[in-house]
Design a binder for this molecule. Structure first.
Ligand code: FES
Length: 175
């Protein structure tokens, strides 16, 4: 038999679903999780390594600098675009880095400096390097994962994280 309290809670939850307006106490388990910090289910990745990719002085506009991050199995490319870019670093905010694996089925991307776009040879997806790896055309549904970069006082460029999930992985950083 349903108690009066649980029946009241049940009706509140029903009102949330129908009306879309939930009081904070209507969902006690979610409220509790938020107040106590991160939900356990959000802790799905290990900490990213901080890895030097290049020095600013080594970079030439439009020329690819190939590397891997966060491990040897994940090819990435570092670029100086010559124009400010979304999430770009360095004095001109034009240094960016991306995964080289297409977000659709993992095709190896090629970069075209004239349009600052990545192209996939498998199904012709195209991603915009100036716009944070935005998917422009093609069968992919996700943008291209972009590396988070930092530049230190000596002008060295470090990868410190990734925005987006690398193709074929359930987590970017593997145990
Ligand atoms: S693998 Fe790149 S578009 Fe399909």
């Amino acid at each position: 038999m349903m108690s009066e309290i649980s029946r009241r809670r049940f009706l509140k939850l029903g009102a949330c679903v129908v009306g879309g307006a939930c009081a904070a106490d209507a969902l006690p388990s979610l409220t509790h999780a938020t107040e106590s910090g991160e939900l356990a289910t959000l802790k799905t990745t290990l900490p990213y390594p901080r890895m030097k990719l290049a020095s600013i002085g080594q970079l030439k506009i439009g020329r690819e600098q190939l590397s891997t991050y966060p491990d040897q199995a994940s090819p990435v490319v570092l670029l100086k675009l010559g124009r400010p870019a979304v999430n770009g670093v360095g004095p001109d905010r034009d240094i960016v880095a991306f995964s080289r694996r297409c977000s659709h089925m993992g095709g190896t991307l090629s970069f075209r400096p004239d349009t600052a776009t990545f192209h996939c040879p498998l199904h012709y997806a195209m991603f915009d390097a100036e716009k944070g790896g935005l998917l422009v055309i093609g069968q992919a549904t996700d943008n291209l994962p972009q590396l988070e970069l930092e530049v230190d006082a000596a002008g060295d460029v470090f990868a410190v994280g990734i925005r987006g999930l690398l193709y074929g992985r359930q987590a970017n950083v593997l145990a």
